[in-house]
Each structure stands twice: as C-alpha cells, then as structure tokens.
Design a protein around this ligand. Structure first.
Ligand code: UGA
Length: 416
C-alpha cells in the first residue's frame, strides 16, 4: 500500500521531505525515513495529484473548538469541496477527523453538489473511521489497536476498508462495523468517558485526602474489578491536551442542542478546570507567602512523550501562581519551545533550565506537573542539598511519601 500525505502548509511538507518531523514522537522519524526510502510514503502540497492517485482518501484535518465549544468544521468541508473538484473515479472517503455526529452526511452532500455542478457522476462511498491514538504513542496504538471502528453504508467500501486494515484483520483485531452515525458517536463517547473516568478518580483523590485514605490503593483495587478496568485511574492535576477538553465540550454542546444534555460531561468539564486551580491553590496554601519565592517546575507538557502543551494544567497553574511575585525555574524534556508561546504573558518570570537538577537548584519548592521518566528516578539526596527550601509537590504521584519525607522534604501529592 502506498500513502500520499497532503497538507497545504508548504513549510511542514518541505520539512517532512527533508526528513524533519514537525511533532515529537519517539521512533517516528526512523519509521518515516524507512517508508520514504522504500517509496511507500510521500509528502506533497499537491492535493489534486493526491486525490487523483488515491482510491481511499482519509480526511484527517483539525476540528478545533469554536468559542461556543462546538467543533469547527471549516477544514473538513474545505477538503470535501476539493475532493469533489478533483475526483476522477470511484473513491472511498474516510473521515478520521473527530467530528460531530452527522458530519459524514454533510461531507457527502458537499461532494455531491460539487460533482453535480461539474456535471459528472463519479461514485463514492463515505466511511467514518475514528482514531483512538494517544499523542506520543500514536504509532504503537495504530499498530496495536483495541478495536477498529468502521461506520459504513456500502458493502464495497467495507471490503476496501478491510483491505486497508488487512494486517490487523488477519491478526484478529476486533472490528466494529456499524452505521456511520454510530461510528461518529463512538469516538466522542469514548473520549468523554475517559475524561470522566480521570475526573472521577481526581475527585475521589481529593476526598481521600480529607478522610485519610490512599487513592492509589483505592484505584488499584477498583481497577481489579474487570467491569471498571485499571487504566485511566491515575489522579493528577487535571487532564489536558487537544482532545479531551475539545471533545467533551463538543459532545456536551451536541447533547444540549438535541435537548438530551449529558450532564455528567458538563460536570466533568467543570471539575477538571477546578482540579487545575486547586493545585495552584494548594501550593499557595502550603507555602503561605509566595512573594519572593522561586519554584522549580518539572514538566510543562500535558503528558509525557510529547512536546504538546495544549490545555496543559501547567498553563493554568503557572498563570495562577504568577499573580504573586514568584519566579519559576522550569525544565521539560520537550516542552520549552511551545511553552514560549503558551506562557508568553509570564515569560519574564520564567527561567528555562538544562535539566531537572538545574531547575531545582536554589528553589523554595519543587512542583512535578508531568510524569516524564527522568523525573521518576531523581537523586533526591542531591536535590535536598541543592534546593533552598523543602516543599515537594508531586502532582503526578510518582514518589513514595515515606522516602521523600525521610529526606526532610515537606511532601504533597494527590489523594494519598
Ligand atoms: C486521547 C485518547 O486517550 C485517545 O484514545 C484519543 O485517540 C485521543 O485523545 C484523540 O482523541 O485524538 P491524548 O489526548 O493523546 O489521547 O492523551 P491521553 O493519554 O488520553 O491523556 C490525556 C490527559 O489525561 C493527559 O493530560 C493525561 O495526563 C491525563 N490522564 C490520563 C490522567 O490525568 N490520568 C490518567 O489516568 C490518564
């Protein structure tokens, strides 16, 4: 199978053609290099060429949130029009972008209108094939999926899509083949559920703190119940990223419009925002007077193994703390470049550091916001010596309270 990737961003395509990958993911560079060398993968800005050459066209453009929380479909519809313009025969048009229920129908209508205006009658089928890939481990998730969801309304398209995913089909990956609206709903419902699961354990964690319980043991025991499952029960400073915040908002808006409000999602959105603020308040409450203090921040990205800071709890927490006369020494293995843009209003308070030890030298407090591997195995004795103060905020629960406290730190985590 040959793959042609198209983007209208010439700079991005030029970089990819020079082997420079615009996002960070371990091993992605080597994978792209290998497939380009084997002539299975190419990058172009020439959309007419890509459409004409392809039998299956995946629409995988962004659907950012608009001000009212709804997904912005402009990119999707623009691509639909272009497909209609250059279509030269039967195509399967697959929607990969996360879109409101009913979008495939809309795309079909837009393409049909363009074809009618041109007076041509090429046949095409629409498919909804949502992705469940996590940023940072997208290649692994793509090759080891829990399931493949195909929303289809034609036998021919089903056959072609099975061919596209032949390797996974042969390895007995479960396929859910359903109608298009159901496939579109599965994506939103899955993301919203995961966001809700995280929020639930965050709220239970907050309660654990009040009643003297340990949320890690609670989550572990809960997760052993196969009806609940152990994943996505790690409490923390709130979820971030480009997906959960956007998709929960979009699904809630849809549910409101249809007069069937999924109120649990609304509560999830609110509680997640609250969680981020709660972390900042916690730091203020424990340290007391923040004026003149320096805080060592470990981790900026919304999760490890990515350089993405969209909706990262770090943005809320650092902005809230910067109302005081504080300075931040920060270190993130991948996040510095993007944070210069996301934290531009408080850059005068931030000093970027070379590594985790540099970031905690002479600080009054350490705040761990992202659980990068290098933060899990730090030399705490050394840190105790190079820090000025002894506040240790572990908002990803990666350390053992007893060990940290024995070294003389004041240790705070989430729900233990
Ligand atoms: C999420 C979903 O996990 C993917 O299945 C989906 O395909 C993707 O959105 C998407 O819609 O494109 P992603 O946003 O990359 O993937 O990141 P996650 O690994 O899901 O983490 C999201 C946030 O939840 C992070 O801030 C993370 O720190 C937080 N989280 C996750 C927790 O706080 N606790 C957990 O137990 C798990």
């Amino acid at each position: 199978m040959n793959v042609i990737c198209v983007d209208k961003d010439k700079e991005k395509i030029d970089k990819l053609n020079c082997g420079i990958i615009p996002i960070y993911e371990q091993n992605l560079e080597a994978l792209i290099k290998k497939n380009r060398q084997n002539k299975r993968l190419e990058f172009t800005t020439d959309i007419s060429y890509a459409i004409k050459q392809s039998k299956v066209i995946f629409i995988a453009v962004g659907t950012p949130a608009m001000e009212d929380g709804k997904a912005d479909l402009n990119n999707v519809l623009e691509v639909a029009k272009t497909i209609g313009k250059y279509m030269n025969g039967y195509k399967v048009i697959v929607n990969k972008s996360t879109v409101p229920i009913g979008t495939a129908k809309l795309v079909k209508k837009v393409i049909k209108e363009i074809l009618d205006n041109k007076g041509v009658s090429h046949k095409f089928d629409m498919v909804s094939n949502p992705e469940f890939l996590r940023e940072g481990s997208a290649v692994y998730d793509f090759t080891n999926p829990d399931r493949i969801v195909l929303g289809v309304d034609s036998k021919k398209a089903t056959r072609i899509m099975k061919e596209v995913y032949r390797v996974l089909y042969l390895s007995e990956t479960p396929f859910v083949i359903t109608n298009i609206e159901t496939a579109e709903m599965i994506k939103y419902a899955s993301n919203a559920f995961l966001a809700m699961k995280i929020t639930y354990i965050n709220q239970i964690a907050n309660l654990c703190e009040k009643v003297g319980a340990d949320v890690c043991h609670v989550a572990k025991a809960m997760g052993m119940d196969q009806r609940i499952g152990s994943k996505f029960l790690n409490p923390g400073p709130g979820y971030g990223g480009s997906c959960f915040p956007k998709d929960t908002n979009a699904l809630f808006r849809i549910s409101e419009e249809k007069k069937e409000p999924v109120t649990l999602i609304k509560e999830t959105i609110k509680a997640n925002e609250h969680q981020k603020h709660k972390m900042a308040k916690r730091i203020k409450r424990e340290i007391g007077n923040l004026n003149g203090k320096t805080i060592g921040v470990l981790g900026l990205t919304f999760k490890p193994k990515t350089d993405d800071m969209r909706e990262s709890p770090a943005i809320t927490i650092l902005n809230k703390l910067s109302k005081y006369d504080v300075k931040f020494k920060v270190y993130d293995p991948q996040g510095h470049k993007e944070s210069a843009m996301r934290l531009q209003n408080i850059l005068d308070k931030i000093k970027y550091c070379e590594n985790e030890y540099d970031a905690v030298t002479d600080v009054d407090a350490i705040v761990i916001l992202t659980e990068w591997n290098e933060f899990r195995t730090m030399d705490l004795q050394k840190i105790k010596k190079i820090m000025k103060g002894n506040y240790f905020f572990d908002f990803r629960n990666i350390y053992d309270r007893n060990i940290v406290e024995k070294l003389g730190f004041k240790y705070y985590c989430v729900g233990r």
